[in-house]
Ligand binder design. Structure first.
Ligand SMILES: *Cc1c(COP(=O)(O)O)cnc(C)c1O
Length: 398
């Protein structure tokens, strides 16, 4: 047998041994209901997938200037998934007084089911609530509600490696109001839906296009919180960019029009040749503080020996970097294959030739490494990482 073949065989046998010994040494977690075996989980994408899950969390409370109390009682708040009844006068429909969150529950290598850093989402919704004049949901109530929703829908958590149960917490003004002012009633709701793996059969780079003249967020506005009203105005840009054949829109800052802010609903990173990674700083409040963003920053520093700078990256800087990627709960770490810039006035004219990374499809090594690290931590497939980042994992007890 030639040497490379022998090495490949040895590696294969070694990894087999590793996988079985890992399974043998890991204590099995308490048993959960398995994923519904009649479902073709491989066919699922990031959509509702025609599935109606069993239960949601709903709590409608009267706003109290001193302290609004949200319930943490499972028997009161857990209800069959279904329509909500709202008056046409409520502030969410009239003025967009609303926030949302996005998080995932995974099945892990030891049979457990876990949420990834749910207290981070809770904290972000709390900060958003202050900005939108909604009474904040306490972190413990948020996490307990999320935990309860997963437990009530365990058969909808896809098998290990085949996707996740996506949780969508909402907070909005739901009272009968007419005046242009915050609602006197608030609704906290969490629904869920299983989603498939974003990348089937390996990571694939996406193409981005920035359109000058359209902006997502301005300093002092609400771009730094997950307010529902931030997203509909971006639909038009996203639709136009996709029509021209790009995968996602890239947003530039509203002041200079030169600095990169975000891609669609995900944070942006540029990798430079000297192991320096730059991501747009949160200081202008125009960038959403992603849970994935902060996790990736920590992993790049701790596990990859990178220097991470939270600063400013212009379109010109993109020619100097060797890799770029986006990240968020939906698609975890997404390699960027190319970036093109155009304008609102003449959208069919690209300003300069697109910036292309590698062959435009294959992920760069740092992007791949960060993706693997994050996935291994979420799935619990690496004991050493599981130990070190155990505090990122919230186990849902059966
Ligand atoms: C949700 C979101 C992100 C990603 O945040 P994660 O917490 O990592 O999911 C990034 N940008 C925008 C605009 C978002 O809405």
């Amino acid at each position: 047998m030639c040497l490379p073949l022998r090495i490949a065989l040895a590696l294969f046998l070694w990894s087999l041994g590793w996988a079985t010994s890992l399974a043998a040494t890991l204590p099995r977690a308490a048993e959960h209901v398995s994923a519904d075996p009649s479902i073709d989980w491989d066919s699922f994408s990031f959509s509702l997938n025609g599935v109606k899950t069993d239960s949601m969390w709903v709590d409608r409370v009267v706003v109290d200037e001193d302290e609004t109390v949200y319930s943490d009682a499972v028997d009161k708040c857990l209800a069959p998934l279904g329509p909500l009844s709202l008056s046409p006068t409520c502030t969410v429909l009239n003025y967009g007084q609303s926030l949302f969150e996005g998080m995932k529950a995974f099945r892990r290598a030891d049979g457990s089911i876990a949420l990834f850093r749910p207290e981070r989402n809770a904290l972000r919704m709390k900060q958003g609530a202050e900005r939108m004049c909604l009474p904040p949901v306490p972190v413990e109530v948020f996490v307990r509600a999320a935990d309860s929703v997963v437990r009530a829908n365990t058969k909808w958590v896809p098998p290990l490696g085949k996707g996740a149960l996506y949780l969508r917490p909402l907070l909005f003004g739901s009272g009968e109001d007419l005046g242009v002012k915050p609602s006197h009633e608030s609704t906290f709701c969490i629904y869920c839906s299983p989603v498939g793996n974003y990348f089937k059969g390996g990571l694939k780079a996406i193409s981005l296009q920035a359109v000058r003249g359209f902006s997502r967020a301005a300093p002092g506005g609400s771009g730094g919180v997950k307010a529902g009203g931030n997203y509909a105005p971006a639909f038009l840009v996203q639709r136009q960019v996709k029509k021209r054949g790009y995968d996602e829109a890239l947003f530039l800052d509203a002041v200079s029009g030169e600095a990169i802010e975000e891609a669609g609903a995900s944070n942006f990173f540029a990798v430079f040749p000297n192991n320096t990674i730059v991501t747009p700083a949160l200081s202008s409040e125009t960038i959403l503080p992603g849970v994935t963003r902060s996790s990736v920053i920590e992993l790049a520093q701790q596990e990859c020996g990178c220097k991470v700078v939270e600063g400013r990256i212009t379109v010109d800087d993109l020619r100097e970097c060797c890799e770029a990627f986006c990240c968020g709960t939906g698609a975890s770490v997404t390699p960027v294959g190319s970036v093109s810039v155009t304008s609102r006035e003449s959208p069919d004219l690209e300003e300069q030739p697109s910036i292309v990374y590698g062959d435009g499809t294959t992920p760069g090594p740092m992007t791949q490494r960060l993706y693997d690290l994050l996935l291994n931590i979420q799935m619990g497939t690496d004991q050493k990482l599981s130990k070190k980042y155990g505090h990122w994992i919230h186990i849902v007890e059966p």
